[in-house]
Design a protein around this ligand. Sequence first.
Ligand code: AKG
Length: 283
Amino acid sequence: MGKVLDELAVARYRRDGYVTPLTACSAAQAEAWHQDVRRCCGTAERAESEAGIRQPSTRVKPYLLFPWAAELVRHPAILDAVEDVIGPDILVFHTTLWWKPAGTEGFVPWHQDATYFGLAPHEHVTAWLALTPSTEAAGCVTVLPGSHKHGQLPHADRKDPAVMLSRGQSVAAPVEAQAAVPIVLQPGQFSLHDTLVLHASAPNRSTHDRIGLGISYIPARVRHIGPTRLSATLVRGTNRFDHFDLEARPAQEADAAARAVHADSIGRFWTASEAIPEMTLAH
Ligand SMILES: O=C(O)CCC(=O)C(=O)O
């Protein structure tokens, strides 16, 4: 028996490449974080896309900018489940805020997270936490059970402005989409998916924004294979391996120190992405 997942749930995760639904927090707490997201991560993203200028987005690694997001990625209920699949020494390697406005065309093509991150061994797990209802109509994440067993698959860039991955990466292999399973989550619930499991999401046809965070956790033994030394945040246990520089937790909302840490971390990630062709620029 693990901290949250029983043996059956861990076995399902290993067999299917995902486990869902799990509960992180109350709906009230999820709504408070939803409002934090709207307050902190709305304007900057618009300015970024209007100007067409690449700058550290508040939607990437927000836990380095905002104390509420730093608390979110350290939530004990999420970490307990993550510990059950990757062990007790846990780093946050990355986090993306996935904000799909109501009635918009944005979608995520079939892909494996491992393609983008340049991590070895493939032990990274993504926790996807819903802050608004993530239903089929709203374009929830869908997974292809068992697809992680095929290992790393080739990907190609897909030039489509509606693709929410920055390079439009899409798996370059046939996908049996009829076997896909929707991961329906209510605010405060989360799923875990394996770094190699194929997943995707459709446009949001609902009348509410679909907002969630994909938090990338790795065991401290995992390393980055590129020449750039990256940074990560220790959220549980001990960092015995020194594979990453450890990031500082923000003291005040987006103050100068936090912005410097955020810009440094994302800058290194961009540099690494140029050295490893498979790595996305913003995933
Ligand atoms: O939120 C989505 O629609 C896609 C999420 C995703 O690709 C991920 O968390 O790895």
